[in-house]
Design a protein around this ligand. Sequence first.
Ligand code: FES
Ligand code: FES
Length: 154
Amino acid sequence: MKLSFNVNQRDVTVDVDGAEPLLHVLRERLKLTGTKQGCDEGECGACTVLVDGRPVDSCILPAGVVAGRQIRTVESLAGPDGQLAAIQQSFVDRFAIQCGFCTPGFLMTLTALLEENPRPEETEIRGALSGNLCRCTGYSTIVDAALAATGDDQ
Ligand code: FES
Ligand code: FES
């Protein structure tokens, strides 16, 4: 099928099997490799992208579902001059990145949360991140980074 959608403010049309996972379309066809392929089973959150502002596991989302929708990937976060978004800068400042494999997924989940609720409580942050797994950090620096992005980390 010819599949048209918007990704990172760009209209694209790709020739795909509608059952192909969105993750594969993003990585293999559109070369948006910032979104990571981890478990490929909807368990780890490494593949999280935003579909009309909501975080989804793109590894288990059939691409055909996103026809006409707005997709945002981690490549959308930095400004045109490469300036990091506030949540990205917080991750750097709070040492919330170790191997970095999980980071794009965490950033996209937190972007959706902070756009919906700019000042979430720690419990809300932890709840929102329940579908994102990290094997390196122990999560506390990630939560600290999210709180810092809200200005509520003191
Ligand atoms: S790669 Fe999609 S949830 Fe793990
Ligand atoms: S920083 Fe390595 S998996 Fe999260």
